[in-house]
Design a protein around this ligand. Structure first.
Ligand SMILES: Nc1nc2c(ncn2[C@@H]2O[C@H](COP(=O)(O)OP(=O)(O)OP(=O)(O)O)[C@@H](O)[C@H]2O)c(=O)[nH]1
Length: 489
């Protein structure tokens, strides 16, 4: 049976024909079509009109599903949900998207409806096919799997008691929050006066520069950055103090089409940041035109009814900054738009002023010397993950997780033992590299950055562990700290 997921925030319906991983979708087809409606106006199917005959392999993954049929003569792909009489059709407000792999095989499709379409009330017929993002089978805490995991740890010499102790005390990733770097000049701030203060969500697609902007404002890295999409996995709060304002930026994971439970978690925590924010900065990459995901995020921002600013990033990277401007403007009635370069720190004062005037007046919500809510321990784990991401290719960057397992102040140095989890044995080999060269490189670059950030000498002990298919396993995700309950406000 073909399973569907419906993202109510984005009003998007997804149907995947096969399990897919990051990078499997090599290209996309945009195809016009119609909703098939019964006499009551309920959606009972979708018909897509292909422009030309597809390759033979196009429907290879889709073949087993009785809901799908292809009319060769008419070049129409139809999804029918049950034996309903089609009484009417209604044009899809946007072309459907079909993801293709490198061989041109259709991996799945996405259909988006407009806000005013009232899609959910018309989805009743589709209910038996709908699965919720977060309620797939096996999502319950799996004690057997947890036991098996501990046994595997014991075999590898990992101290299960030490881990349990860590987790009992403070959860998987809680430690001292990062304070302002003592080497940086401290702003002189009046303490008890009222200021503009509140939460500012940085939301957008992966790779648009959200983390770069946050780090640029704070003058210190609190959120890791890489050229690969989906770098940020958990919301990171960075606190900027000024004489008249305290701005708590919330850097969120890039919103994308989730393909595994880790992706579901990332999108879920990103979306939760929107209703909790006082101001929303919708960040886009001005060098490329908006796509379906930008439209979905813009709708979500609009629905929140929060003050919202369009932040057009990467102006440094194009000579035609206004080429796609109108298309971004058309996504929503923005209260304000500001063009910036997070990399070159351009436009940042203007954006800050726009943010501050939209924040409520009150007291500072965080101590003035606190830079982030990220613990030192989490930041160190993230910095190591960043170095693995920067030094590896293909599927590796997305397949790893890093946990700091031991942290001991030994006077002159801080001893830090960290585990890099991978999904397969083959990935372990890649991370170690020939004669250990890759691991040495990751260790050296991580140590340099961690020492700079902590202002202390460290001894970094890196271990690699295979946690098979961890991104799909709820208990593994919880163990690694990717659990929504840790990120509730
Ligand atoms: N040219 C240019 N590149 C930028 C700018 N801002 C960010 N980048 C680059 O864009 C890439 C992605 O930046 P990130 O800050 O990791 O983007 P993000 O939106 O946080 O990405 P996710 O974590 O995937 O959601 C990195 O290679 C950055 O160096 C900018 O203003 N100009």
């Amino acid at each position: 049976m073909l399973e569907l997921t419906f993202d109510a925030d984005a009003r998007a319906l997804y149907a995947y024909f096969t399990d897919i991983n990051e990078g499997d979708d090599a290209s996309q087809l945009e195809i016009p079509g119609v909703f098939l409606l019964d006499a009551a106006g309920q959606i009972v199917g979708i018909r897509l009109q292909l422009a030309s005959a597809p390759k033979k392999s196009f429907l290879q993954y889709a073949q087993g599903f009785e809901e799908l049929s292809y009319d060769e003569a008419a070049q129409q792909l139809t999804l029918s949900f049950g034996q309903h009489v089609v009484a009417a059709t209604e044009e899809l407000p946007y072309d459907a998207i079909i993801d293709l792999d490198r061989k041109g095989r259709a991996l799945g499709l996405e259909v988006q409806a407009m806000i005013e379409f009232g899609l959910n009330e018309r989805l009743d017929v589709l209910n038996p096919w709908l699965v919720a993002f977060d309620e797939e089978a096996g999502d319950e805490f799996d004690e057997d799997a947890e036991d098996a995991d501990e046994q595997a740890d014991a075999k590898l010499g990992v101290k299960a008691e030490a881990k349990a102790e860590d987790e009992d005390e403070d959860g998987p990733a809680v430690h001292q929050p990062i304070k302002l770097n003592p080497n940086l000049p401290k702003p002189l701030l009046p303490t008890d006066q009222e200021v503009h203060s509140g939460f500012v969500a940085l939301v957008g697609k992966p790779n648009v520069g959200k983390s770069t902007l946050l780090n640029a404002y704070l003058g210190q890295k609190v959120s890791i950055v890489s050229p690969k999409p989906q770098t940020t996995r958990v919301p990171v709060r960075g606190i900027l103090n000024g004489p008249d304002a305290q701005i708590i930026f919330v850097d969120t994971p890039g919103i994308h089409k989730p393909r595994h439970k880790l992706g579901n978690f990332m999108v879920d925590v990103a979306k939760r940041a929107v209703p909790n924010a006082d101001v929303i900065c919708f960040m886009v990459d001005i060098t490329v035109p908006p796509n379906r995901m930008d439209r979905e995020i813009a709708q979500m921002v609009l629905l929140s009814r929060k003050p919202h600013i369009l932040v057009l990033n990467k102006v440094d990277a194009t000579d035609e900054a206004d080429k796609h401007l109108q298309e971004y403007r058309d996504l929503a009635p923005w209260e304000m738009e500001v063009a910036v370069s997070a990399r070159d720190k351009l436009g940042m004062e203007t954006l800050l002023a726009e943010i501050v005037q939209r924040l409520p007046v009150g007291h500072r919500l965080y101590p003035e010397d606190q830079l982030s809510d990220v613990s030192e321990r989490s930041l160190v784990a993230e910095m190591i993950r960043e170095k693995v991401m920067l030094n590896t290719e293909e599927e590796i960057p997305h397949s790893i997780a890093v946990e700091v397992e031991e942290w001991e102040d030994r006077g002159k140095v801080v001893y830090i033992r960290a585990n890099i989890s991978v999904e397969k044995d083959s990935q372990k080999g890649i991370i170690i590299g020939a004669g250990g060269s890759m691991l040495r490189k990751i260790g050296a670059t991580s140590r340099f950055e961690i020492e700079r950030s902590l202002g202390r000498q460290i001894y970094l002990d890196l271990w690699i562990k295979v946690r098979e298919n961890w991104r799909q396993k709820p208990n593994e995700l919880r163990w690694l700290g990717y659990d929504v309950k840790f990120f509730r406000d």
